[in-house]
Design a protein around this ligand. Structure first.
Ligand code: HEM
Length: 185
C-alpha cells in the first residue's frame, strides 16, 4: 500500500506511545526506522506486519488496532492535505459513502496503480442501510468499522454499526443505523 497508509500508522503510534513505541514497532516488524514516503508504493506485507507489531506493542488484537486506525485515518487524511477532497465528498455519512468510490477515483489520479476498495450502499429502512465493502485485500473489515465511526464523528452523527456475515465476493458487510432523529438515509 502507499506510504501514506504506513505513515498514518506511524503517526497513530507516535501520538499515543511516543517515538520510543514507534521504534519498538519497527523493530518487531523488521522494518528500518528510516520512515515511509507518502507517495511511494510499498508491499502490502509491510502494512500487515506493522499492524501485527502495533497489536503486540499495545496488547490489543489486530482487529482492535485496525479499527483504531480506521478511526484515525479520517482525521489524518483531513490534516495531510486531503481536507478539501474530504469536504467535497459530503456533509453527512450517507452522502459521503455515496461519493466514496469517486473520492478514491480522484486519489487514483495522484497515486498511480492505487488498488482502492469499492463500496455500495443499500437502503434497509429510513435511517438504516447496509454498506457492502469490496477489496482485493483480506482482513481489513475492522478498519472499515473504524472508518465508519470516524466519519460519523466527523459529521457529529450518532450511529450503531454492526458487522454482518459476508457473502461471496464481499470483504465486509456493515449495518449502519442512525440513532439521531435528524439523520435520515
Ligand atoms: C481523502 C481521504 C482519503 C485518502 C487520501 C485515501 C487514500 C487511500 C490510499 C492511498 C489507500 C491505499 C491503497 C493502495 O495503496 O493501494 C487507501 C485504502 C483504503 N481506503 Fe482510502 N482514502 C481516503 C479516504 C477513505 C475513507 C473516508 C474511507 C472510508 C471507508 C476509505 C477506505 C479505505 C480502505 C478500507 C482502504 C484499504 C484498502 C482495501 O480495502 O483494499 N478511504 N485509501
Amino acid at each position: 500500500m502507499y506510504g501514506l497508509v504506513n505513515r498514518a500508522i506511524e503517526q497513530l503510534v507516535v501520538s499515543t506511545g511516543g517515538e520510543a513505541a514507534w521504534q519498538r514497532v519497527c523493530q518487531r516488524a523488521g522494518i528500518g526506522a528510516e520512515g515511509f514516503v507518502a507517495m511511494c508504493p510499498y508491499d502490502d506485507g509491510v502494512t500487515y506486519r506493522l499492524v501485527g507489531a502495533v497489536s503486540q506493542e499495545l496488547g490489543q488484537s489486530a482487529e482492535q488496532v485496525l479499527e483504531a486506525f480506521g478511526n484515525y485515518w479520517v482525521l489524518y487524511t483531513a490534516e495531510e492535505g486531503y481536507g478539501e477532497l474530504m469536504h467535497a465528498c459530503g456533509d453527512d455519512l450517507r452522502q459521503f459513502l455515496d461519493n466514496l468510490n469517486e473520492l478514491h477515483g480522484r486519489i487514483e489520479t495522484i497515486f498511480p496503480g492505487l488498488r482502492p476498495p469499492h463500496f455500495e450502499v443499500h437502503d434497509v429502512a429510513p435511517g438504516e442501510y447496509r454498506v457492502h465493502y469490496v477489496s482485493g485485500r483480506e482482513g481489513l473489515a475492522p478498519m472499515v468499522v473504524g472508518l465508519l465511526k470516524g466519519l460519523a464523528r466527523r459529521f457529529g452523527q450518532s450511529v450503531a454499526i454492526e458487522q454482518l456475515p459476508t457473502g461471496q465476493g464481499l470483504a465486509g458487510c456493515f449495518q449502519v443505523r442512525h440513532l439521531d432523529a435528524t439523520s435520515t438515509a
